[in-house]
Design a binder for this molecule. Structure first.
Ligand code: NAI
Ligand code: A1CAB
Length: 270
């Protein structure tokens, strides 16, 4: 990856801002001014935040293209057909990375040029704290060197894997949307703690760090989650009593169905 790599975001919303912050903190770019973002004037408040971070900002997507080597398409999927025709003539030497849920490589390639270099990538918002996880697949014009650039760039904000495009909708259902499921569980655990008399701050800290710790155990010990779960359950103890309640309320099925619903929605978008 070039030391002078310039990254531009078309769209300056939640995911663009998360990635921009992660790239700057992770020194994926030489300085904040090597990151730029564009969005319509009606959303100029979103660019203020980018400006405060030291990024360049534009209301014209074409101007942003001029000062970017890697261009990240970070608009809503429904907006993509409005944005692509406008920048089509400028993509020649750029590496285009779409993070839009459900928008397929073939569609992007058709709306840009058959010879443009396009990557479809699915990140998640924890990229902001460099604990994200992303997957990507590349179009036919993308070179091994471009793939290496994508891996290095997104590797500074978390884990990154190359996958077949057919997997990306399901990945969206697991890790793209997944942080929201986890926040719901953290909130519910903390509410449970507050109901039992804990101060709210402490309850959030306990719930969130328990989730971080459990995730780290799965990743670092390579132990099956069921084995790790068994290690917490003392016979006749508190945990097995709680798990009995979670099984009766159908937590596993609910979560599986949530992933399925998100995956189906992603497929519908495409
Ligand atoms: N929010 C998330 O957790 C994740 C989002 N994504 C994908 O990232 C993309 C953006 O999502 P969010 O950041 O959540 O949305 P958002 O609504 O926060 O941001 C969208 C941005 O697009 C801008 N925009 C609208 N029309 C435009 C135009 N013609 N030219 C340039 N910019 C324009 C808006 O001003 C806004 O800054 C979506 O395609 C979504 O599927 C992917 C993974 C996770
Ligand atoms: O909710 C959405 O559609 C986007 C894609 C993955 C996370 N947020």
């Amino acid at each position: 990856m070039s030391a002078n790599l310039r990254v531009g975001f078309i769209g300056a919303g939640k995911m663009a801002s998360a990635l921009a912050q992660g790239f700057i903190k992770g020194q994926a770019v030489k300085c904040a001014s090597h990151v730029s973002a564009s969005c319509p004037i009606a959303d100029k408040h979103l660019l203020e935040h980018m400006k405060q971070m030291g990024c360049q900002t534009f209301h014209c997507n074409k101007e942003l293209m001029d000062c970017s080597d890697v261009v990240i398409l970070a608009v809503k999927p429904q907006i993509m057909p409005l944005v692509l025709p406008d920048i089509k003539s400028l993509v020649a030497s750029k590496l285009m990375v779409s993070i839009a849920a459900g928008v397929q490589l073939a569609q992007l390639q058709a709306d840009l040029n058959p010879d443009s270099k396009i990557v479809r990538l699915m990140p998640n918002t924890p990229c902001i704290v460099r604990e994200g996880v992303s997957v990507f697949c590349s179009g036919p014009q993308v070179t091994p060197q471009d793939n290496a650039t994508v891996k290095q760039l997104f590797g500074t904000v978390g884990q990154i894997d190359e996958v077949k495009e057919s997997m990306i909708d399901a990945v969206t259902g697991v890790s793209g949307s997944g942080p929201a499921y986890m926040y719901l569980i953290i909130e519910a655990m903390a509410d449970g703690g507050v109901k039992q008399g804990l101060p709210r701050d402490l309850a959030y800290k306990l719930a969130a760090q328990t989730m971080v710790g459990a995730g780290r155990m799965v990743l670092d010990t390579h132990t099956h989650p069921a084995v790790l779960k068994d290690e917490v359950c003392s016979p006749g103890g508190t945990t097995i009593t709680a798990l009995d309640m979670l099984e009766k309320s159908g937590l596993r099925t609910s979560i599986m169905q949530a992933v399925e619903a998100a995956t189906k929605r992603c497929t519908q978008i495409s």
